[in-house]
Write a protein that binds this ligand. Structure first.
Ligand code: MLT
Length: 280
C-alpha cells in the first residue's frame, strides 16, 4: 500500500491495486484501516483509494495552508466547527482533483454512506456508481441528535477511551467469538482517534439532512451491502433503502455485523466483483 498526503499535506490517503477506481469512505469513529482487508482482496481488479477523513487517523482536523507559517498554538482544535457531511464530501472531490480522477465509484460505510450520499448530491458528475454499506439515508431523530451532542461533549472532556468499550456492538457475534483479533483491531482503531475530530464529526452527523430523495433520483448503479447481524442498520431496513434506488442491487454478508466488509472481506470482494461485472 502506498501512502501519500494531499490537500496541502492535510489529508492522508492510501492506495492499493490497479483497475476501476473505488473511493472507500470509512465510518465513525474509525479510519482507513477498516477498509484495508477489502482493498487488499480487490487489488487485482480495482484501484482502491482509502483516505483518512478530516480529523481521523493521520489527517488534520483543521486544514493548514502549506504556504503560510503555522504555529500549533494558533489553533484551538476544541473550537473547531462541526464537520458536516458536505465538508467531508467536498474534501473527497478535491482529493479526486489532485489525483486526476474525473469519475469514481464511491463506497461508504455507515457515516461513510452519509458522506457518499452528500458526494452524490454535491458532485453528481463525478459519480460512476455507489456502494452503500451498513448505512441509511434518514436524518437523526431529535433524540439521536441530542445523543451525538452529548457524545461530543464527553469525548472532549473525558477522552476517547470509553468509546471502544462498545466495539463489539459493531461486529457480528460470530466475529467476536471466532476472530478476537478483529475486535482488537477495531478497539485499537477507535482508541487512536483524535477526540476533537470525533466530536466535530458527531456534531456534523447530528445536523445532517435526509438524503432519500437524492438516492431516488440517482441514475448510476447502486450496490447496497449489509451484514446479516448488523444491529445498527439491519438487513430489512437496508433492503427497503435499496428498493428506493432506480438501479440497485442488494446483498447480505453472512456472519457479518455493522463492519461486514472488514469482518468478511472475501465475501465483500465477491459481491463487488460480481456487481462490477454486471453493471460496468
Ligand atoms: C458508523 O459506523 O459510522 C456509525 O455507526 C454511524 C452513526 O453513528 O450513525
Amino acid at each position: 500500500m502506498i501512502t501519500e498526503r494531499y490537500l496541502g499535506g492535510n489529508l492522508a490517503v492510501w492506495t492499493v491495486g490497479r483497475g476501476t477506481p473505488i473511493l472507500f469512505v470509512h465510518g465513525f469513529p474509525f479510519d482507513h484501516i477498516m477498509w484495508v482487508p477489502a482493498a487488499r482482496s480487490l487489488a487485482r481488479c480495482c484501484q482502491s483509494i482509502l483516505p483518512d477523513l478530516r480529523g481521523f487517523g493521520a489527517s488534520n482536523l483543521v486544514f493548514r495552508d502549506p504556504d503560510e507559517d503555522f504555529d500549533e498554538d494558533d489553533i484551538d482544535i476544541y473550537d473547531a466547527p462541526p464537520t458536516t457531511m458536505g465538508v467531508f464530501a467536498d474534501d473527497l472531490a478535491s482529493l479526486l482533483d489532485e489525483l486526476d480522477i474525473p469519475q469514481v465509484i464511491v463506497c461508504g460505510l455507515s457515516m461513510g454512506g452519509y458522506i457518499a450520499m452528500q458526494f452524490a448530491k454535491k458532485h453528481p458528475r463525478r459519480l460512476k456508481g455507489l456502494i452503500l454499506c451498513d448505512t441509511k439515508t434518514e436524518a437523526d431523530t431529535p433524540k439521536a441528535a441530542a445523543g451525538r451532542r452529548h457524545l461530543a461533549e464527553t469525548v472532549l472532556s473525558e477522552g476517547i477511551e470509553d468509546l471502544s468499550d462498545g466495539a463489539s456492538g459493531f461486529l457480528s457475534p460470530v466475529t467476536v467469538d471466532d476472530t478476537p483479533d478483529i475486535l482488537e483491531a477495531v478497539q485499537t482503531m477507535m482508541n487512536s482517534q483524535n477526540p476533537a475530530g470525533v466530536a466535530a464529526a458527531a456534531l456534523g452527523m447530528a445536523e445532517r439532512g435526509d438524503t432519500t430523495a437524492v438516492l431516488q433520483r440517482l441514475e448510476v448503479p447502486v450496490l447496497v451491502v449489509v451484514g446479516q447481524d448488523d444491529r445498527l442498520t439491519p438487513p430489512e431496513s437496508m433492503k427497503a433503502m435499496a428498493a428506493k434506488a432506480q438501479r440497485s442491487s442488494f446483498a447480505v454478508i453472512e456472519e457479518g455485523g455493522h463492519l461486514a466488509p472488514m469482518e468478511r472481506p472475501m465475501a465483500f470482494e465477491k459481491i463487488v466483483r460480481d456487481w462490477l461485472a454486471k453493471e460496468f
